[in-house]
Design a protein around this ligand. Structure first.
Ligand SMILES: Cc1cc2nc3c(=O)[nH]c(=O)nc-3n(C[C@H](O)[C@H](O)[C@H](O)COP(=O)(O)O)c2cc1C
Length: 165
């Protein structure tokens, strides 16, 4: 069988990744960041790991304020994923900029209005892992508002919806 050596961006061999939009910060200062490098770490307690580069404004926000929401998106949120992934909350209020309404979450953070599902999360710890930080978050509340087909990132700006039969 033919073998191909991969060099740059070989992490794409571990794609596709389900895309989430992480909302960090208190309700007033909430910021959105699309994120593909995440994993379930534990069922009970329900723990999730998120790999966030220290270059992201969301990284410092999650260090400062330990509550966040994980927003589960379908294809109708693809444009928002692209837009929020191209700018930094350091310079812009992404909710205002992209005309998105936020809703107060029980933990004092915010979730995206119209989102099919979201998880409320509390930061439990973090570890430096190469050029990213692995944040461990405990899920304190899970809300499914409607059935949905999750959006996956294939690579770059290529996305595909996972069809649930
Ligand atoms: C689909 C997608 C997935 C991404 N996944 C990650 C990720 O897992 N970790 C990360 O640090 N950045 C990831 N990014 C990049 C950030 O979302 C992007 O740099 C964003 O603008 C950061 O915003 P902020 O500076 O407001 O935090 C991803 C971007 C996109 C579009």
């Amino acid at each position: 069988m033919k073998e191909f050596l991969t060099t740059r961006e070989d992490y794409h061999l571990l794609h596709p990744r389900q895309v989430i939009i992480l909302v960090v910060g208190s309700f007033e200062r909430a910021n959105m960041m699309p994120l593909g490098w995440h994993t379930i770490l534990s069922r009970n307690p329900f723990l999730v790991g998120l790999a966030i580069s220290p270059k992201r404004f969301s990284h410092s926000m999650l260090m400062d304020f330990p509550f966040a929401t994980i927003n589960l998106v379908d294809k109708s949120f693809e444009e928002l994923v692209e837009n929020t992934g191209k700018c930094s909350g350091k310079n812009v209020d992404k909710f205002e900029q992209f005309h998105v309404n936020k809703v107060l979450a029980e933990n004092g953070s915010a979730y995206i209005e119209g989102i099919p599902a979201y998880l409320e999360a509390t930061r439990k710890g973090y570890f430096e892992t190469g050029d990213h930080t692995l944040f461990v978050l405990e899920i304190t509340k899970s809300v499914l508002k409607r059935p949905f087909c999750p959006l996956f990132q294939i690579a770059g700006d290529q996305y595909q919806q996972f069809l649930v039969e």
